[in-house]
Design a binder for this molecule. Structure first.
Ligand code: SIN
Length: 278
């Protein structure tokens, strides 16, 4: 058996008629999912009714699952991270921090996760869509002159307090915490192990190394705007039990705003990556 997929617009693919038994118990299923993900950037799977155990088991078919023990991460189901505006589930700061375009792990100096899997355990009453865009497409859209100019540029990435100003009235303690987050330098153009190139952008991209702030801000704002034009963005409106998987190394994603009472509850896990941003 192999996966049957239907392309989504402008990126992504829906896996039609998924068979949970096959996905969990056939060693080839993980490779098929990974191949489909590499070819389509985002996969949508409906009707699997995953709980935390089966979500983790499916993730393990695709690789090793990232486990942390910081706010939002489950102790009962190591590897599961809750994204919900409920103080019992996670810290508002982290949840609202995911409402801007980003690549998971881009603000750190480690290897970013290969893929992220999000299941919908509580449907948002209003808002709360998830969007994704291809950072390979973002690179391909550059002119030849831009490709040459940007090839050697490096960008400082960090979790920036300014990114929160319209979403949270930061307390002094929260601001101080964010200000101590380290900045890490990544190339603007990521040359992947297979030779393909993508752009490393998003809310964590703070400053192009060696350029003055005005020039750096103008370039980053222009690139972020061009790659996230509506016709390039997949918008997913959640139904209960939907599973969305994105290739974190070739996409950016963001949640759209929602309120504390929206009922939105997402369970996330990520697959350990193997490609440094280089
Ligand atoms: C995330 O950034 O991992 C979550 C995005 C979302 O909640 O839609």
């Amino acid at each position: 058996m192999s996966l049957t997929i239907t392309k989504l617009d402008p990126i992504g693919a829906l896996i039609t008629d998924p068979d949970l038994d096959y996905l969990l118990n056939n060693p080839a299923a993980g490779e098929e999912l990974t191949r489909a993900l590499d070819e389509n950037s985002v996969l949508l799977v409906r009707g699997l009714h995953l709980d935390d155990d089966t979500q983790l088991a499916l993730a393990r078919r695709m690789g090793e699952v990232v486990v942390k023990h910081t706010p939002g991460w489950s102790d009962e189901h190591p590897g599961i991270y809750r994204i919900a505006l409920d103080p019992a589930a996670n810290d508002e700061l982290y949840v609202k921090g995911s409402w801007d375009w980003h690549i998971d792990g881009a603000s750190s100096n480690g290897i970013p996760p290969k893929a992220t899997m999000l299941t919908c355990r509580g449907v948002p009453g209003a808002g709360g869509d998830t969007q994704a865009l291809s950072t390979y497409v973002a690179y391909d859209m550059l002119t030849d002159e831009e490709k040459t100019r940007f090839e050697g540029l490096k960008v400082w990435h960090k979790v920036r307090p300014e990114a929160y100003t319209e979403k949270i009235n930061l307390t002094e303690a929260q601001r101080a915490r964010l200000e101590t987050e380290p900045a890490n330098l990544h190339p603007l153009v990521w040359t992947h192990l297979d030779g393909r190139k993508s752009l490393v952008l998003g809310i964590t991209a703070d400053r192009i190394d060696g350029l003055d702030k005005a020039e750096s801000d103008a370039i980053l704002a222009d690139l972020n705007e061009r790659c996230s034009r509506p016709e390039l963005v997949l918008t997913h409106s959640w139904q209960l039990d939907d599973l969305l998987i994105w290739d974190n190394t070739g996409t950016m994603h963001r949640g759209r705003p929602y309120t504390e009472t929206s009922g939105r509850d997402m369970h996330r896990c990520t697959i350990v990556g193997y490609e440094p941003i280089q």
